[in-house]
Ligand binder design. Structure first.
Ligand SMILES: Cc1cc2nc3c(=O)[nH]c(=O)nc-3n(C[C@H](O)[C@H](O)[C@H](O)COP(=O)(O)OP(=O)(O)OC[C@H]3O[C@@H](n4cnc5c(N)ncnc54)[C@H](O)[C@@H]3O)c2cc1C
Ligand SMILES: NC(=O)c1ccc[n+]([C@@H]2O[C@H](COP(=O)([O-])OP(=O)(O)OC[C@H]3O[C@@H](n4cnc5c(N)ncnc54)[C@H](O)[C@@H]3O)[C@@H](O)[C@H]2O)c1
Length: 448
């Protein structure tokens, strides 16, 4: 059988490795990507740009030769322009001049996502940046090296915006962070949690501007010099746009069914509406266990798992994905926020009627050294009708992030709040308290 994979970043790589490691013999695997690099972990961009790690080099975790050694044919700097789904032919161009075609038996689309570009006056000025590719991270890094770049405006206080704001501040720049919402990270956390991060940002001299919509980039001599919003005009030497991703689902044209945001609509096997075409990663939908419905969540963690599941199915092993919770986390100047499933706000948006319980306590008993201890704030969100756990959020200076995986599993398995109350959670003073905040929150929850 011949497999063609379009897009060889995280989802495409996972699909290729699955095919090569499990079905390599007698099968042909062709990998095509328009970029000149693969496997860049954008997740590390802010760490590198903020000099919390010394080099970007280890943000790449594989190389073309690794796939060639396993028998794949890989073609970088090759753009797929068109797919003839009826005759199963992929049309591509190598380095913008040599036209090639590839036939396929099974096609895996892993086209990923692209940053949303606000269509504002001045958008073509120099000094306006996005953060997705390695090359874009490098461009921002080089700007921050310039002594005449003193003020950085970051538009969008989601994950990328907050992380790059910290990085630019660590590089000694004055940083202004804008978001249309009333807090940062508003798609992931309820205000009781996101405002902790807001305060943390302000404590580190990052100027936050919420409820502000970017309206225009103002320029001087072809270079951006200010950002105009609905509330004011702010001088800025560079602007970094981080207002979210849109699925990069272009090649399917009218042939493949779509989700509301344009992503390829796939079933739980990551099969599209064409049985010989699979779509994985940021270009495709996923199944939300909290909503018990189709969703779209762009994360590397989802990309990798969908690549594995999609490839097995493409090769004829029928398996369903486990669904996702969109588990995520962030650490900025030591403050850690982690969440999984739905916040109360997100549940409202999707029309799911929920209750929640909040609890706050120190991680360790009081007799432990204060320098090792910190308060942890937890919120557990559960469905009103069934008491099914649908979300959790945690915030602390203490590194409690692993706990969110337990809530992710609880949501995946449809656990109800009563199962948490008497859960056997071990006690050791080094790690927690006998009356720990998970048990206490579960006991406190209103289950009627
Ligand atoms: C700065 C930053 C930080 C992030 N941090 C995190 C994090 O901490 N945790 C997390 O889980 N996620 C994080 N993400 C999100 C994560 O990077 C994405 O969800 C992930 O890259 C999706 O992988 P993918 O393979 O589906 O798509 P992509 O990474 O978008 O890859 C798609 C590939 O398809 C290729 N392609 C597209 N169209 C064509 C075509 N026509 N022809 C040939 N090739 C094509 C592209 O060149 C690209 O290589 C971050 C993203 C960024 C930008
Ligand atoms: N730690 C992590 O897990 C991590 C880190 C980075 C990126 N990612 C993922 O990468 C993807 C892209 O991240 P992102 O930060 O670009 O998107 P995001 O969805 O996290 O945040 C976008 C932000 O932009 C704001 N916004 C939208 N339009 C705006 C406008 N016109 N003006 C001002 N603000 C506006 C939104 O309110 C939102 O807060 C997301 O799926 C994210 O989860 C994850």
């Amino acid at each position: 059988m011949k497999f063609v994979i379009v897009g060889t970043n995280h989802a495409g790589i996972a699909a290729a490795n699955t095919l090569l490691d499990n079905y390599g013999k007698n099968n042909e695997v062709i990998m095509i990507d328009r970029n000149n690099n693969l496997s860049y972990l954008g997740c590390g961009t802010a760490l590198w740009v903020g000099r919390q790690i010394s080099s970007y080099k280890k943000l790449f975790y594989t190389k073309p030769a690794d796939f060639e050694a396993k028998g794949a044919r890989i073609s970088l700097e090759t753009t797929v322009n068109k797919i003839d789904f009826e005759n199963k032919i992929v049309y591509a161009t190598i380095k913008n001049h040599t036209e090639i075609t590839e036939t396929y038996d099974k096609l895996i689309l892993a086209e990923g996502s692209a940053p949303i570009a606000p269509d504002l006056p001045g958008k073509d000025l120099a000094g306006i940046h996005f953060l997705k590719l390695f090359q874009e991270g490098m461009a921002v890094d080089q700007e921050l090296d310039k002594s005449d770049v003193k003020t950085v405006a970051v538009v969008g206080a989601g994950y990328i915006g907050v992380e790059i704001a910290e990085a630019a501040r660590r590089r000694g720049k004055q940083v202004l962070l804008f978001d249309a919402a009333k807090t940062c990270l508003s798609s992931y956390y309820d205000p009781e949690f996101s405002t902790l991060m807001d305060q943390n940002l302000r404590d580190h001299d990052i100027e936050t501007h919420y409820g502000e919509l970017a309206q225009e980039y103002l320029g001087k001599d072809g270079h951006v010099c200010a950002l105009k919003t609905n509330k004011g005009k702010y001088q800025a030497d560079i602007v970094i746009n981080c207002i979210g991703f849109r699925p990069n689902a272009i090649l399917g044209g009218d042939h493949l069914k779509r989700f509301s945001n344009g992503a390829y609509l796939v079933n739980r096997n990551f099969q599209t509406s064409d049985p010989d075409v699979f779509a994985v990663g940021d270009c495709a939908t996923n199944y939300s266990n909290a909503l018990q419905d189709t969703t779209y969540i762009a994360l590397a963690s989802n990309a990798v798992r969908s690549g594995i599941v999609g490839a097995h199915n493409a090769a004829g092993t029928v398996i369903e994905g486990a669904g996702v919770q969109g588990s995520n986390g962030i650490e900025i100047y030591d403050l850690k926020l982690v969440s999984t499933g739905l916040s109360v706000k997100a549940a409202d948006k999707f029309g799911l009627s929920v209750k929640y319980v909040d609890y706050e306590d120190k991680q360790l008993p009081d007799f432990m050294p204060a320098s090792e201890n910190a308060k942890v704030k937890i919120r557990i969100v559960y469905e009103k009708k069934t008491n099914r756990i649908v979300g959790a959020q945690l915030a602390s200076l203490y590194d409690m992030h692993e706990l969110i995986h337990m809530f992710s599993l609880a949501i995946q398995e449809g656990l109800t709040m009563d199962k948490l109350q008497l859960l056997d959670i071990f006690f050791l003073p080094h790690y927690n308290q006998p009356y720990n905040y998970v048990t206490m929150a579960a006991l406190k929850a209103d289950k009627n």
